[in-house]
Design a binder for this molecule. Sequence first.
Ligand SMILES: CC(C)(COP(=O)(O)OP(=O)(O)OC[C@H]1O[C@@H](n2cnc3c(N)ncnc32)[C@H](O)[C@@H]1OP(=O)(O)O)[C@@H](O)C(=O)NCCC(=O)NCCS
Length: 140
Amino acid sequence: MILGIGTDLANIERIAGTLDRFGDRFRTRVFTETEQRKAERRADIAGTYAKRWAAKEACSKALGTGLRMGIAWRDMAVRNIDTGQPVMEVTGWAARRLAELTPPGYAAVIHVSLTDDHPWAQAFVVIEARPVAGAPDRVT
Ligand SMILES: CC(C)(COP(=O)(O)OP(=O)(O)OC[C@H]1O[C@@H](n2cnc3c(N)ncnc32)[C@H](O)[C@@H]1OP(=O)(O)O)[C@@H](O)C(=O)NCCC(=O)NCCS
C-alpha cells in the first residue's frame, strides 16, 4: 500500500545563490557528507544540490509533515547506488515519523526519483508499505 507521496521543484539558480551567500553554513546544515561529496565533484554543483534539496522537500511532504522550522534536513539524505539510482535514507525525526506511519506487520520502502533541466530540479518521493512475510500482527 502507498503511505505517502511528495513532489518538489527547486530552482537551481536560487540554490546557487544560497551557496554563494552562505557557503559551508548552508552545505553542512542541509546536506550530509555523502551528499556534499557527490555534489562537490560534479561539474554542476548547484544542480546536484538542488536535486537533493527537492528530494528532502518531497520526502517531508510524503511523510506528511512538510517543512517545519528547526527541521533537521540531514535526517533525509540521498545516496546513489552503483547504477546511479538514488535512494532516500531517513534518520532521527524522519525515521521516527516513518515508523509512526507504517502499520504493524509492514515494512516501509521509500522510492525517490530525481531529474534536472536547468534552471529546474525536480524530485518525486513515494512511500510504500510492504507486508512482512509471516508477520502475525498485520492489519489489512
Ligand atoms: C538514468 C538516466 C536515464 C538519467 O537521465 P538524464 O537525462 O541523464 O538525467 P536526469 O537529469 O533526468 O536525471 C539524473 C538523475 O537520475 C537518477 N538516476 C541515475 N541513474 C539512475 C538509475 N539507474 N535508475 C534510476 N534513477 C537514476 C539520479 O538521481 C540522477 O541524479 P543524481 O546523479 O544527481 O542523483 C541516464 O543516466 C541513463 O540512461 N542511465 C543508464 C545508463 C547508465 O549510464 N548506466 C550506468 C550504470 S548501469
